[in-house]
Design a protein around this ligand. Structure first.
Ligand code: GDP
Length: 460
């Protein structure tokens, strides 16, 4: 661990984005953060100041040239993000000034930080666990309200608490079984197998719920992959345009002109919806007639939601029911939309409404109709669970570890049922403990940590 941390180094990086801004914040962390800054700062003697104070002064280079007027914020260990001494220098946000100051401080003994190194130090020094550290990255990258809420919840430990509790209960059983092993030949049972099975069952329920929450977590983090499908000329491009509110797709009267790969995103109610490969799906809707159902379904299954358009002016009820049947077989939530409402009379709408009470009727060309569509889209993603503040898994690494935990737990149950020897049961429990521990960082390897923190930006 020590070599990973390089605890004696004082690291430095720009904490604000690259590019010109009103101010730039340069951050140092490490034992010498204050003394190094003190060498170039003209103002109060920083080594004599209290933690959590701000000081005005100038930064001067070796020739006593003023590089900038700055504000220095001091955080004395352990009362800082990294639990080390931290200095934040707020300077004017010019690239030139920032570069000059960072280079000067490197000459005075700081070292450029690696990606994620500040957060890594915070983790290593026990500021938070690994899942929380990863949530810092998610929080920084979150650009919708839902993603922000999920990351914030995880950073505040909501997710980790649950995992830790489960793990502790399991550790208790593991130690009881290990104790039995110590007694070897003697036929003692410290850990009741019924109680163990009950705990494992309980764990399975929680682990499965977390695994299932990943679908939701994933859409919250990455957006809901949404497909707009329907026959040629049903109005898919028109609808997509209306949703995106700009002329991104090519709308034309000739069937099959939507050839461009279109991918765009809208945010509804704090959730991002990503529209995928609209042109490709136009082809696959042709395939409903030509190639058959299988390929169409395979394509649609890549989406988390399908908005399926029917052209009301061309409607053929038998054909429509066939298409709905295909949709139902995909298992993907879908929305039936009857488009070109402006072209048809009320009688047809009433008839269809009777058959399909959940069909939404609209005119894609009219912006106000799209608002209702947006409401229906949002209803289709079941966000109720998330809004209640339940734990949602958004991280693929956690998801993988949970799947492994699930397998190990299944082996524990199987082992007990088949009355395998204690050492095998103990091994399976240890496996489950290992994977659960990977999530929060009780179990880590250098590779794992390097991999996680390299995904951060420098300065985080
Ligand atoms: P796609 O092939 O499914 O992408 O269909 P388009 O979006 O290219 O639309 C085909 C034609 O139908 C275009 O001429 C559109 O202007 C027209 N269209 C689309 N939506 C409506 C609508 O709600 N009402 C009317 N009258 N025409 C529409």
């Amino acid at each position: 661990m020590q070599n990973l941390l390089q605890n004696d180094d004082t690291i430095i990086a720009l904490a604000t984005p690259q590019g010109v801004g009103a101010i730039g914040v340069i951050r140092l962390s490490g034992k010498e953060a204050i003394s190094i800054t003190n060498k170039v700062f003209k103002g109060k003697d920083l080594s004599k100041q209290e933690s959590h104070t701000i000081h005005f002064g100038t930064i001067r280079d070796e020739d006593n040239r003023i590089l900038d007027e700055v504000l220095i914020s001091l955080f004395i260990a352990p009362k800082s993000f990294t639990k080390e001494n931290v200095v934040e220098i707020s300077c004017h946000g010019s690239n030139f000034i920032i570069k000059q100051i960072i280079q000067l401080l490197i000459r005075k003994g700081a070292r450029p930080a690696k990606p994620g190194e500040f957060t890594k130090r915070a983790f290593m020094n026990g500021q938070f666990d690994l899942a929380q550290a990863e949530a810092v990255a998610d929080l920084i990258n979150a650009d919708t309200e839902a993603a922000h809420n999920a990351a914030l919840n995880q950073m505040r430990g909501g997710f980790s608490g649950e995992i830790k509790r489960l793990r502790e209960e399991l550790i208790h059983f593991a130690s009881m079984i290990e104790l039995e092993l110590d007694f070897g030949e003697e036929d003692v049972e410290f850990a009741s197998r019924d109680d163990l099975k009950e705990l494992v069952n309980k764990l399975q329920v929680v682990v499965n719920a977390l695994i299932q929450s990943f679908d939701l977590g994933n859409v919250i983090k990455n957006g809901v992959p949404t497909v707009i499908a329907g026959k040629p000329n049903a109005g898919k491009s028109t609808l997509l345009n209306a949703l995106l509110n700009e002329e991104k797709a090519i709308v034309s009267d000739i069937a099959g002109t939507t050839r461009d790969f279109i991918e765009d995103e809208i945010v509804i109610g704090g959730v991002a919806f990503r529209f995928i490969d609209t042109a490709g799906l136009r082809e696959t809707t042709d395939a409903i007639e030509k190639i058959g159902v299988e390929r169409t379904q395979a394509k649609m299954k890549t989406a988390s939601m399908i908005i399926y358009l029917f052209d009301l002016s061309q409607v053929d009820i038998v054909e429509m029911n066939k298409e709905i049947n295909v949709l139902e077989n995909t298992g993907v939530p879908f929305l039936k939309v009857g488009n070109k409402l402006d072209k048809v009379d009320d009688a047809l709408v009433e008839k269809l409404q009777h058959q399909h009470p959940d069909m939404l009727f609209l005119t894609a060309k009219e912006p106000e109709h799209v608002e209702e569509l947006k409401n229906r889209i949002l209803e289709l993603v079941n966000l109720n669970k998330f809004k209640r503040g339940d734990t949602v898994v958004t991280n693929i690494r956690h998801y993988d570890s949970l799947l492994q935990t699930k397998n190990a737990l299944m082996n524990v149950i199987e082992g007990i049922d088949n009355q395998v020897t204690n050492d095998f049961v103990a091994m399976d429990i240890r496996q489950a403990l290992h994977y659960l521990g990977e999530i929060t960082g009780e179990i880590t390897t250098d590779d794992l940590l390097a991999n996680i923190f390299s995904k951060f930006c420098i300065g985080k």
